[in-house]
Ligand binder design. Structure first.
Ligand code: ASP
Length: 325
């Protein structure tokens, strides 16, 4: 964080303590470039009727806090990490404490974070004892040398960087009788014009131990580039990897000049839609602060907020985009 951003984040914390969205305090010059900001989250795609499990309220509270922080000049990178971390700790989603168990009844988590300003990225996969996989991903990114760390040795490395370790008993380890997704993701555009994205998951139903999905794969389950937009995915990860979904959407916008919602629609409905079991969903923000959310199955736990719109959350029918800019 820059010094200006630390001061701004401090003001944001004060607003949080008060609890309501108040007019933003004076913003450090570095982050006063634009009034516009936006944030969007998902709590997993829904492939069949799924208990809501308090996810909507968790998302609404996270969006309200993020909105205050962004208004005060916090960086998109800090905001997406904080939101995803909160979802991981809540135990309500398939991420962090609430991550689903694999076929051996073990929790193995994957997560990623990407900074659209620098195209720096960090990711972890097959973590067994990391409390907050998204923070471990951030530590990998900030360390700067590598992007993706996996398994026992990756875990030892993120521990050496300061990631908190927990015993296996920390995880709730739900073994669902039905497909239970609930991967989490967040994308934000801050008042500096910077976009960041993060994704965190326990993976896909009854995955084989050692399997890694799209969530920690840059260009598949996460992507951010200030020149285009930012994205976080949920769904059948193998297809998101094979079709490089997040990067394909970004490329459609960059090279074919497709608008955000149209680019996302092409990937989620046409490309994934060509496969029988390629259920999936995506959230995105473009460089102008437009938000879109799309899915090809039953729904997606989702929500967004912008400088001009208070938090909105939904699971099935409901908004699929923000008010156009
Ligand atoms: N995409 C995640 C994975 O395949 C799972 C999900 O989003 O439900 O690991």
């Amino acid at each position: 964080m820059t010094r200006g951003r630390i001061a701004a984040a401090g003001s944001a914390l004060l607003c949080l303590a008060i609890g309501a969205f108040t007019a933003p305090p004076a913003v450090a010059a570095a982050c006063a470039r634009q009034a516009r900001f936006a944030v969007v989250v998902h709590g997993g795609e829904i492939s069949q009727q799924t208990p809501e499990n308090g996810r909507l309220e968790a998302m609404r509270a996270a969006l309200a806090a993020a909105r205050t922080q962004l208004a005060s000049g916090a960086s998109s990178l800090d905001v997406v990490e904080t939101m995803v971390r909160g979802f991981e700790d809540s135990g309500r989603f398939n991420a962090g404490r609430g991550a689903i168990a694999n076929a051996d009844a073990m929790v193995e988590t994957d997560a990623s974070i990407m900074d659209g300003r620098t195209l720096n990225a960090g990711a972890v996969a097959s973590m067994l004892h990391v409390k907050n996989p998204v923070h471990a991903a951030r530590l990998v990114m900030d360390a700067g040398r590598h992007v993706l760390l996996v398994g026992d040795r990756g875990e030892a490395y993120v521990k050496s960087l300061g990631a908190e370790m927990v015993p296996e008993s920390y995880f709730i380890k739900s073994i669902s009788a039905q497909p239970e997704h609930g991967t989490v993701g967040a994308v934000a555009l801050d008042r500096c014009g910077d976009i960041a994205a993060a994704t965190s998951t326990g993976g896909y139903d009854a995955k084989i131990p050692g399997r890694v999905g799209d969530s920690p794969i840059v260009g598949a389950g996460v992507y951010a580039d200030d020149a285009v937009g930012g994205f976080s995915a949920t769904g059948h990860g193998e297809y998101f990897i094979r079709l490089s979904v997040a990067k394909d959407v970004a490329d459609r916008m960059r090279y074919a000049h497709q608008p955000l919602a149209a680019a996302m629609k092409a990937d989620i409905h046409e490309r994934l839609g060509a496969y029988k079991d390629a259920d999936g969903a995506l959230i995105g923000i473009d460089k102008n602060g437009n938000v879109a959310m799309d899915w090809n199955a039953v729904g997606m736990f989702r929500g967004y907020a912008t400088d001009i719109e208070a938090p909105v959350v939904a699971e099935y029918a409901g908004p699929t985009s923000s008010r156009p800019r």
